[in-house]
Design a protein around this ligand. Structure first.
Ligand code: F6R
Length: 245
C-alpha cells in the first residue's frame, strides 16, 4: 500500500482530487467508484472547480458505494442527494452515467443483483475512492466474521448509527439498513484510493493498515490489494509514527 501523508485536511483533499483528476485525464471514459461522508466533500469541491475549467467529466461513469435503504433520491440525507449537491450538479457528467444503489427498491435480492449487474455492465471500476469508518468499515461493510459478498443489504451497527445521527433530526430518523457494495466489489476495483483525516481516525488507521488482516476490521483487507493508496493527514497518521516507510 502506498501512503501519502499530508499536513492537514485541505492537503489531503487536494491530493485525493489530484489522483482522481489524473485518472480522468489519462482515461476520460473511466469508471470512478465514489464515496459519500464528510471526508471527500472538499475533494469534490476541488473536482467541481476543475471540472468547470480543464477537467473533462463528460465521458466518465460513476458508481457509488452505498445508499440508505428506504430513503428516496430527493431526501436530503440520501446519498443520491449528497452526490448531486457535492459533485454531479457541478460538473458536466452525464446523469445516466451516474449510478447508486436504489434505496427505494423493497426487494433486497433484486436491488443487490441489479447493482452488481450495473458494475459489470459499466466494465468494472477503474478507481474506487473510500472513506474509513471509526470501526474500520468501508462502504457499509461493518465488522463481520468473513470478507464476503457482492452488493448486499446491511443492518447498520450501533456505532455507525451514532456517527451518522448528526445528519438527521433525531436518532430515530437514521435509517437502520443500507445497500452497499461488498468487499468483493471493492477489491475488484483496479485501483483503490483511501482518504482519511483527523485524530479521531488515528487509532483505526493503525489497526486497519498496520494490524492483522481480519474481517473484524473490514478495511484491513485493503492491505492485500495490489494498487491501493492511502492519503491521510498528519493527525490521522499520528499513531503510526515509526511504522511509516
Ligand atoms: C460513505 C461510506 C462510508 C464513509 C465512512 C467515513 O459512502 O461508504 O464508509 O466513507 O463512514 O465517513 P466520514 O467520511 O463521514 O468520516
Amino acid at each position: 500500500m502506498r501512503i501519502i501523508q499530508t499536513p492537514d485536511y485541505n492537503g489531503m483533499s487536494i491530493e485525493v482530487a489530484r489522483i482522481i483528476a489524473a485518472q480522468l485525464s489519462l482515461k476520460p471514459d473511466c469508471v470512478l467508484g465514489l464515496a459519500t461522508g464528510s471526508t471527500p466533500t472538499l475533494a469534490y469541491q476541488y473536482l467541481s472547480e476543475w471540472g468547470n475549467q480543464w477537467l473533462d467529466f463528460s465521458k466518465a461513469t460513476s458508481v457509488n458505494l452505498d445508499e440508505y435503504r428506504g430513503l428516496p433520491k430527493d431526501h436530503e440525507q440520501s446519498y443520491h442527494y449528497f452526490m448531486q449537491k457535492h459533485l454531479f450538479q457541478n460538473v458536466p457528467i452525464r446523469p445516466n452515467r451516474t449510478f447508486l444503489p436504489d434505496g427505494m427498491e423493497p426487494d433486497i435480492e433484486r436491488a443487490c443483483q441489479d447493482y452488481d449487474d450495473v458494475i459489470r455492465y459499466v466494465g468494472g471500476i477503474d478507481l474506487q475512492l473510500l472513506g474509513l469508518g471509526h470501526n474500520g468499515h468501508i462502504g457499509f461493510n461493518e465488522p463481520d466474521t468473513c470478507f464476503a459478498k457482492g452488493t448486499h443489504c446491511v443492518d447498520l451497527s450501533e456505532q455507525t448509527i451514532q456517527a451518522n445521527k448528526r445528519f438527521f433530526q433525531s436518532e430515530d430518523d437514521v435509517p437502520r439498513q443500507a445497500y452497499t457494495m461488498g468487499i468483493k466489489n471493492i477489491l475488484s476495483a483496479r485501483r483503490i484510493l483511501i482518504a482519511v483525516s483527523g485524530k479521531d481516525k488515528a487509532h483505526i488507521v493503525k489497526e486497519a493498515f498496520f494490524g492483522p488482516v481480519t474481517p473484524q476490521v473490514p478495511a484491513s483487507i485493503l492491505q492485500f490489494h495490489q494498487d491501493a493508496t492511502l492519503v491521510a493527514d498528519k493527525d490521522a497518521l499520528s499513531e503510526c509514527e515509526g511504522l511509516l516507510p
